[in-house]
Ligand binder design. Structure first.
Ligand SMILES: NC(=O)c1ccc[n+]([C@@H]2O[C@H](COP(=O)([O-])OP(=O)(O)OC[C@H]3O[C@@H](n4cnc5c(N)ncnc54)[C@H](OP(=O)(O)O)[C@@H]3O)[C@@H](O)[C@H]2O)c1
Length: 321
């Protein structure tokens, strides 16, 4: 199969396009003819050997990529509930071998969902990792309920675009933090207020929040506390030692005292069940894929450089075939 692979860590020019062996199908897996993969910041961190969970990453030749969208071409012996020809999407954890920058992808059936009708492979590939991160942060970690006030930092990025839509769909009142040029986009996605971080500081706006979801990990609980409601939670996508320590301490504290302000860190996991909930939101028109740029697979290094600029509005997608 054709794939983008690397035989050493380094800058984006280590990415090569060429033939790689077809992976071997196991009992609980699906073989998927892959049409699109998205680029996530973790891809260029892994490429450079700088990912926090690098020890889980397969050895060289390494094929990067977490998100995929394509059709099933074969089923493992133990798979139930899927059929050859089904159009599916999903994400792969590093421990499952990544390898979605490729024409064929293997994925555990339990981590895959059917692509809603009318959604293209390119759009579908932009959904899984970022929307699952947003869902798992807001719902599983923060316990988002209708009527809560939610601040989303990095609202125009891959995770942020889905976080705004999910929070709004579940009935929260959303304030988005992004640069002024993205204000209209995040408003259209469901934010009722936008803070342009180049002009104002959300810490000085006089509002307070039940949930602060920091998708780009620029803040921390101690800084955000003054604008958090009692029992509020700060959730970060970045597992810094400080965030992890604060998560442990505030978890223990909350067992013994009145509701206290807490830290949490989301570490996204692939899940077909969670992805089905995202697919339901797409079907009901409450969430849509946000695609910034599409690159042909052969231009993966340019796509990585663009992602590294941290200026993407929504998702960057590689078109595989
Ligand atoms: N722990 C996990 O499981 C997990 C999962 C997914 C992602 N992550 C991490 O989360 C981070 C975000 O991921 P992503 O895919 O959303 O990245 P992304 O799409 O590359 O984020 C780009 C966005 O960041 C925004 N941004 C940059 N500087 C900002 C600032 N100072 N304040 C507010 N917004 C700012 C930009 O908005 P403007 O142009 O408007 O400034 C742009 O829209 C990455 O570090 C990624 O590795 C972790």
């Amino acid at each position: 199969m054709k794939a983008i692979y690397q035989t050493q860590y380094g800058k984006s020019d280590v990415l090569q396009f060429g033939e790689q062996d077809l992976p071997k199908l196991k009992g609980k897996e699906l073989r998927i003819r892959n049409h699109a993969a998205s680029v996530n910041p973790r891809d260029w961190l892994i490429r450079a050997g700088r990912y926090q969970l690098q020890f889980l990453v397969p050895s060289f030749p390494l094929i990067l990529g977490s998100d995929f969208a394509g059709e099933i071409v074969a089923l493992g012996d133990d798979v139930e509930g899927f059929h050859v020809g089904d159009k599916v999407f999903g994400m792969k954890n590093p421990s499952e071998g990544l390898a979605t920058y490729a024409e064929e992808v293997l994925a555990p059936a339990e981590n895959v969902a059917i692509i809603p009708d009318g959604i293209s492979y390119v759009d579908a590939a932009g959904v899984p990792l970022c929307s699952l991160t947003a869902w798992q942060a807001l719902v599983n970690k923060a316990g988002l309920k209708s009527g809560m006030s939610v601040l989303i930092i990095g609202a125009s990025g891959g995770v942020g675009c889905y976080a705004v839509q999910i929070a709004r769909a579940l009935g929260a009142v959303v304030t988005a933090v992004c640069s002024g040029k993205n204000s209209a986009m995040v408003t259209e996605l469901g934010a009722s207020q936008v803070v342009d971080y180049n002009q104002c500081d959300f810490l000085k706006e006089g509002n307070s929040y039940d949930i602060i979801f920091d998708t780009i990990g620029r803040h921390k609980l101690d800084v955000c506390k003054p604008v958090m409601n009692p029992g509020g939670i700060y959730v970060s996508t970045i597992p810094t030692p400080e965030n992890l320590k604060s998560m442990m301490i505030t978890k223990i504290k909350s067992l013994f005292s009145k509701p206290c302000k807490k830290t949490s860190v989301v570490m996204v996991k692939s899940s077909g069940d969670d992805l089905e909930k995202i697919a339901d939101l797409i079907v009901s028109g409450r969430l849509r894929p946000i695609i910034d740029r599409v690159f042909p697979m052969q231009e993966a290094s340019q796509a990585h450089d663009y992602s590294r600029s941290l200026r993407a509005r929504g998702k960057i997608v590689l078109k595989i075939s």
